[in-house]
Design a protein around this ligand. Structure first.
Ligand SMILES: *[C@@H]1O[C@H](CO)[C@@H](O)[C@H](O)[C@H]1NC(C)=O
Length: 289
């Protein structure tokens, strides 16, 4: 190789190196607490978010990303968690923001949590889908993953996809691919809407409430402004999320998705014709998977 070519290769490796994310970085390496310092804790690979009558708590990643996989194991608030919401989501900042959500709506003892999902593009949300978990999410840690690539967003629970939002930008449907997003987690009082639509309030005699997180992994492309847009979407091996295997779910995975959707889906905005006056959002007429 000529010296110039070697330089070029060196430059290329250097330029894409930010895409190689430290998979073994701990929770404390990649995130920091933003709210409720007095009772939340972030140590090594463990994050505990706490809610009492004084305050909830929250953490976020130190940097924003564009595409990749964001996973954490989460053990939700046990017993009477009615009125509490634990959130795990990606969001950009500013006007016309993008957002990809997992929210866990607590319930009275023995009643099921709701796994609430949503996606905002250019500031527009109203794309809720909700599921009952097929396990007790407070008994053990379970893996919750947001997979976000140029073709689709997939929400996974213990490696089972529960929802897909595909990129239909070619037909004018906005898709989040221009703004970096940070990963946020929080636990707060949402008893004005969360449980049975706000009917069941928080029982503070059970406070403090704690949600536990561990093994956070952001295998994702660090976002450093507009220059990252092409870099993070480039079809190069370090950008594993651009590989064709991640363009669409395979048959076996689709079967799992359909199993969840036929047994545990409890609300789908794409079925809510009343809410949208008979004119559903355009992606509802497109094949999502
Ligand atoms: C709580 O339990 C009630 C009764 O089983 C159920 O209707 C509701 O969907 C559950 N979840 C929430 C978050 O309200």
């Amino acid at each position: 190789m000529a010296t110039f070519e070697k330089l070029l290769v060196a430059f290329f490796i250097f330029a894409v190196a930010p895409g190689i994310v430290l998979v073994d970085a701990t929770f404390a390496d990649s995130t920091y607490l933003t709210w409720g310092f007095q009772h939340a804790s972030l140590q090594g690979d463990n994050l505990s978010l706490v809610l009492d009558q004084n305050s909830g708590s929250a953490a976020q990643t130190k940097i924003p990303y564009l595409f990749g996989s964001f996973e954490s194991r989460i053990k939700l608030v046990p017993n009477n968690s009615a009125g509490t919401v634990t959130a795990y989501y990606l969001s950009s900042t500013g006007n016309k923001h993008d957002e990809i959500d997992f929210e866990f709506l607590g319930n009275s003892s023995g009643q099921p949590y709701i796994i609430h999902t949503n996606v905002y593009t250019q500031g527009n949300g109203s794309r809720e889908q909700q599921f009952y978990p097929w396990f007790d999410p407070t008994a053990d840690f379970h893996n919750y993953t947001i997979h976000w690539n140029p073709n689709e967003i997939v929400w996974y629970v213990d490696s089972i996809p529960i929802r897909v939002f595909r990129n239909y930008q070619s037909v004018g449907i906005a898709y989040p691919n221009q703004q970096g997003m940070s990963l946020y987690t929080s636990l707060w009082d949402a008893d004005n809407w969360a449980t049975r639509g706000g009917l069941v309030k928080i029982n503070w005699s059970g406070a403090p409430f704690t949600a536990r997180f561990n093994q956070f992994k952001a295998r994702a492309c660090p976002f450093n402004g507009t220059a990252s847009i092409n870099q993070c979407a480039a079809k190069i091996p370090t950008n594993w999320w651009t590989s064709t295997v991640f363009k669409q779910l395979g048959h076996a995975t689709l079967r799992k998705l359909n199993w969840v959707r036929s047994n545990y889906l409890i609300y789908d905005y794409c079925k809510d014709t009343f809410r949208f006056n008979g004119q559903l959002p355009p992606e509802c007429y497109k094949q999502q998977y």
